[in-house]
Ligand binder design. Sequence first.
Ligand SMILES: NC(=O)c1ccc[n+]([C@@H]2O[C@H](COP(=O)([O-])OP(=O)(O)OC[C@H]3O[C@@H](n4cnc5c(N)ncnc54)[C@H](OP(=O)(O)O)[C@@H]3O)[C@@H](O)[C@H]2O)c1
Length: 245
Amino acid sequence: MKAVLLGATKGMGRALARLLAERGARLFVLGLGEEDLARTAADLRVHGASGEVGTAPCDLLDPQAFGPALDVADRVLDGFDTVIVTAGLFAGQEEFEADVALAARMLAANFTNTVLFCEEARKRLLARGGGTLCVFSSVAGERARKPVILYGAAKAGLSYYLTGLDHKFRAQGLRTIVVKPGFARTGMTAGLKPPPFAGDPEVIARTVLKAIDRGTPEVYAPPIWRWLMLVIRSLPRAIMRRIGF
Ligand SMILES: NC(=O)c1ccc[n+]([C@@H]2O[C@H](COP(=O)([O-])OP(=O)(O)OC[C@H]3O[C@@H](n4cnc5c(N)ncnc54)[C@H](OP(=O)(O)O)[C@@H]3O)[C@@H](O)[C@H]2O)c1
């Protein structure tokens, strides 16, 4: 496997990158901060990644940079076959309601710009007959809930887009995988009280890797979230208005 990862300097992206490294994959890491990128590359080499782990800066808030960053990765890897996007922003609903600039950044990063990044990746993968595009959305995009209205709206749009890509391009060899994690204990959720069924990044990464191997188009992680969301999606509107969840 020759994989490009955006957002692998921390959290679930790092955990997944380590599993790929342990299999001897060739990896190229895109993201923020030279030091973080260098530290991640060194970590992935220690975990067994083949050859040099290349890195390049790529800010999800700067869509102009996506094409050039993927081209660098493509040259270094001599043609990547897998792209994994775990970069994303999170804050509570109240923070977004109080700070419109923060909300705008999150909406751009988690929806518009992730879609634009995927479009650049999709074109490059399809040009060589396909590959795997694995992107982290969220269960928050499955049902509008009071604590995650704006974040959930961005993730709902992202899930919708990724599902459409899978419908349209699977026959041409592009396997699009939308990952829907429930609450995960990472830097993103630091300080929040973990709810029941919270997951650890290493365990979630193993579930996602299985989905990548099999080409499963939609993966809930931990898997129990598939059934929890089935229930939550079916709750009547009157109940959703009454509860804080
Ligand atoms: N944690 C959860 O409970 C949870 C639940 C459902 C879905 N998710 C989704 O799963 C994905 C991974 O979450 P996580 O918990 O592993 O998050 P995390 O630990 O906060 O890691 C997020 C990664 O994204 C990078 N990133 C943030 N802003 C970026 C930008 N503008 N440009 C490029 N990279 C950027 C971060 O780099 P820096 O640290 O340098 O900013 C970091 O490497 C996200 O899409 C998140 O929305 C998370």
